[in-house]
Design a protein around this ligand. Structure first.
Ligand SMILES: CC(C)(COP(=O)(O)OP(=O)(O)OC[C@H]1O[C@@H](n2cnc3c(N)ncnc32)[C@H](O)[C@@H]1OP(=O)(O)O)[C@@H](O)C(=O)NCCC(=O)NCCS
Length: 160
């Protein structure tokens, strides 16, 4: 079985588990994921604002418990045609390819829906996400706090 077995698009019914996943993140992971030290209240507000019809949400779901072990989001960015991608994996399940698989899946879905490019924003010292996006072929800015991946040319031709 591959590490990404159980990854699937998430919908409204999954919102309570998405909330639980984000609340379970430790303070350092909250800073890494959200760019600041989100309180429980801030995470609840964020989770309750998630709209599966607006952004693409992909989760690695443990079938036995129903728990979300990892969550990737592609949300519409300010620039037309761009999405902003963010990802989190429960600490006990890292370094098994979950994050990479989730980001790959959320990018594929976003490009399929018409996005032209994806950006990732992160702290310049966040080696895990920098390594992950580099492994996916991203171009990382010299400031080391942003990366981007363009929609592959093949997908663009197929969609045309
Ligand atoms: C970033 C994060 C999602 C990575 O999840 P993961 O499931 O451990 O990632 P993967 O196992 O798919 O790793 C893929 C690649 O990323 C890189 N990577 C992952 N963790 C790393 C680490 N701790 N140090 C250096 N490189 C790392 C490696 O290149 C790795 O490939 P390898 O294991 O073959 O060497 C996880 O560390 C996390 O949830 N961090 C907190 C939230 C966060 O920082 N999110 C990103 C900002 S949006």
């Amino acid at each position: 079985m591959s590490a990404i077995d159980g990854a699937r698009r998430l919908d409204r019914r999954d919102l309570p588990e998405m909330e639980r996943h984000l609340l379970a993140l430790e303070p350092a992971d909250r800073r890494a994921r959200f760019g600041s030290a989100f309180s429980d209240a801030a995470i609840l507000a964020y989770a309750r604002g998630l709209n599966p019809a607006r952004g693409v949400l992909v989760g690695a779901v443990d079938e036995a418990s129903g728990r979300i072990l990892g969550l990737a989001e592609a949300q519409p960015a300010e620039a037309p045609g761009w999405v902003e991608v963010a990802v989190s994996v429960q600490a006990a399940h890292r370094r098994r390819g979950l994050g990479r698989g989730l980001v790959g899946a959320v990018l594929a879905a976003a490009f399929e829906r018409g996005a032209e490019a994806a950006e990732f924003l992160f702290a310049s010292g966040n080696r895990p996400i920098a390594g992950l996006v580099r492994a996916l072929g991203a171009r990382i800015d010299v400031t080391l706090d942003r990366a981007e991946i363009r929609r592959p040319a093949l997908t663009r031709r197929q969609a045309a």
